[in-house]
Design a protein around this ligand. Structure first.
Ligand code: LIP
Length: 272
């Protein structure tokens, strides 16, 4: 092993340990400290795009830990964290993915933390406290659910696929997304809408969904789950020939990924 690859492996191990620690601390804070009277602290793109005091507090907890452990890193967080950094490492954080679920007391929410080096995701952690599960991956080293290896379900026929998706916060986009899913639902086994992209991507990784797609996600929604899904054997991407992005995020095992990507292109799932 060269010195460079040894250094990279050491960096990956350090970033994983920090991501797991930060996600666990934020997850315990969110699970145990959720106020009974939790309300909406602010809205963003629309009246239903909400932020709670716990989103903000969770991001502050995570960024504080990162600043202590790796002060020269960059940070991008959903609730405003935006630090350039000088180390080449950037943390991408969703302090609560599934905020509306958390607000309503539904269990499907997670803390999502990814670490990128020069634009490539090296480490992804998605911690789902109400499931008692932590999904993790290190580039080139596989994906795990807690301590067990995660592997995608073998690709089924298109008509037997259980497909996850989600909807944005703007009424016009939701109407368009509903039109896409209206055409898709009779063509597949069924649709699931869990409310957390990070968990949906990890469910593909764990074989609990055959596929997932969504338009309108932000990097903090998919950064960690994308790596976890890929390390579990999924293909991820957007429109044909494009990486996943806000335009369109798709994850599925080979064989199903291509069929779903083609169908979504035909349905215009990549535009409002
Ligand atoms: C959510 C995503 C979900 C999407 C929601 C929302 P948030 O992220 O995880 O897949 O359908 O509209 O964007 O806002 O809870 O961090």
């Amino acid at each position: 092993m060269t010195d460079q690859s040894e250094h990279l492996d050491h960096l990956k191990a350090e970033l994983l340990e920090i991501a797991l620690d930060a996600a666990a601390r934020a997850g315990a804070f969110l699970r145990d400290g959720r106020p009974d009277d939790l309300g909406v602290a602010a809205t963003k793109s629309s009246a239903v795009d909400v932020v709670t005091e716990m989103d903000i507090a969770s991001e502050k907890l995570i960024t504080g830990l990162l600043a202590d452990r790796r002060p020269d890193d960059g940070v991008l967080g959903e609730e405003g964290a935006d630090v350039e950094g000088t180390s080449g490492v950037q943390w991408v954080i969703d302090p609560i993915d599934g905020t509306v679920n958390y607000l309503y007391g539904l269990p499907s929410w997670a803390v999502s933390i990814a670490a990128r080096k020069d634009g490539e995701t090296l480490v992804g952690v998605v911690h789902a406290p109400m499931r008692g599960e932590t999904y993790s991956a290190v580039l080139g080293q596989g994906a795990f659910v807690n301590d067990l290896p995660a592997r995608v379900r073998p690709a089924p026929a298109f008509g037997l696929a259980l497909v996850g998706t989600g909807f944005g916060y703007l009424a016009e986009r939701r109407a368009r997304q509903a039109e896409v899913v209206r055409q898709l639902v009779p063509e597949v086994r069924d649709i699931r809408r869990g409310g957390s992209a990070a968990i949906d991507l990890c469910d593909v990784a764990a074989g609990r969904l055959d596929a997932y797609y969504e338009r309108g996600l932000n990097p903090w929604d998919y950064a960690a789950g994308d790596l976890i899904a890929r390390e579990a054997g999924a293909l991820t991407g957007g429109r044909p020939g494009e990486p996943l992005s806000t335009d369109l995020t798709i994850a599925a095992p080979p064989g199903l990924f291509e069929a779903l990507q083609t169908r979504l292109e035909d349905l215009g799932a990549w535009h409002d």
